[in-house]
Design a protein around this ligand. Sequence first.
Ligand code: BES
Ligand code: MN
Ligand code: ZN
Length: 498
Amino acid sequence: MEKTSVAVSKSDLSKIKDNALLIGFFKDKTSLAGDLKKLDNEYQNIISECIKKNSFKAEKGELKSIFANRNIKNIVLVGLGEEEKYDLYILSNTIADVSKRLRDNSTETFSICLESFKNSRLNDEELAEKTALSCLIGLYKFIDYKTKDKDKIKKIKQITIVTNSNKNFQDQLKYASVAAEAVNKTRDMVNTPPNVATPEYVANYAKELAKKSGLKCSVFDDRQIEKMKMGCFFAVGKGSVNKPRLVVLEYNGAGKGKNPVALVGKGVTFDSGGLNVKPYPYILNMKDDKGGAIAAMHTMEACAKLKLPVNVVAVTPLCENMIDAGAFRPDDVLTAYNKMTVEIKNTDAEGRLILADALAYAAEMKPEAIICLATLTGASTVVLGSVGTPFLSTDDGLSGKIKKASEKSLEKVWELPLWPEYEEKIKSDVADIQNIPDDPEAGVIIGAVFLKNFVNDVPWAHIDIGTTVWSKADKGILAKGATGAAVRLMMEMLREWK
Ligand code: BES
Ligand code: MN
Ligand code: ZN
């Protein structure tokens, strides 16, 4: 299907021709001035009269639609709530909500009066970028597997940001469209069912993506993975007929001399739990267990499209955690790529096993930092719920970069500690470590403490998207299903990387 496009226009508001025009208002600040007053005059005061007649207060979420049926068919007054509390989160979710509404009412094009969505704390560039980005990701829907009434699926074709600023915002529109595409393509692939999106399928997809965007791509199959002595990763993949793949993508935007930033992404295309099989309903949605790997791949594609001046490598182990006669078992002792031995206590803690080898492999490339993206634990739900993503880091500089990127990208994160006491919990009687503690507690932290054994002193962070990878809500910038978690965060981090 055709993509939604966003453009900037500097034409006079009162000259705009479109199906709808969005105008933002702050609470109790609904009097019209400047361009808006001119527009109101042009339209025989229908805006000011509507505000008065309906006592439109501009409470957050309040909407009033005026059927003007002239150059502009529909004028939409959008309540933004108190100006003091207004921020880019409110802007993004409000604009996304209104976009969804207009689409569902069969509107195909609309304009946004940019300045009406601005308060004194926001700068024009951020405002334009987030406006475009939130429309494009808010309008996402996954329809690849619908066969009925495809022609009735509603779609916004064109969004116009109308501004009286002297800037043309081309860099912001470019960034927004690349970021939205990275998020939406991540959602598409994470939403793709596990009988289709097998490790081989995802690896072929990565090859294709690399070819188109000029990334270097290497793919290793199960025999090579075994030969490379990635004993943990190989063991997890062994119980499936869909054999594992290791995909390594490389982007050189800063030239040969500079060490890369490594993204290591968990790519379990389906997590049945293995012999410790997940009971219903916990087994549902386990196609989303590839979210970290898919986010890393599309972050790479975005880096290439934006020509960011940084070197990045993505290491993404892809496999399926299944049950057959060859499946690995509890009590097995596996030898990781870095020669550490791991006793298996639970085959459902498989993510940390495949990441152990991928992290050790990435660490050999002498990266400046390693960032691990993984749907590692269900326990992440307990920590921050669906609102934010827990992360942990061995390096204050790196954790600072992630926090700054979080503020810029609007993807909320919160740092948890890596206290040494937790290390005791995964000491094994027979091997160097075991994959889960005997008495489970602090699941997100213990997962990270396990992984830390494989990064060999490289500054490292682990981002547990176990909960935020998926949305039950269809609200604001969220759509039901995969969220594209960590893509915007990683893009902002790499955009500013020094
Ligand atoms: N992929 C899951 C984590 C997960 C669960 C992500 C639910 C999203 C939603 C991971 O492999 C897993 O099964 N983790 C176990 C760990 C446990 C065995 C220590 C979990 O969280 O229950
Ligand atoms: Mn699992
Ligand atoms: Zn898993």
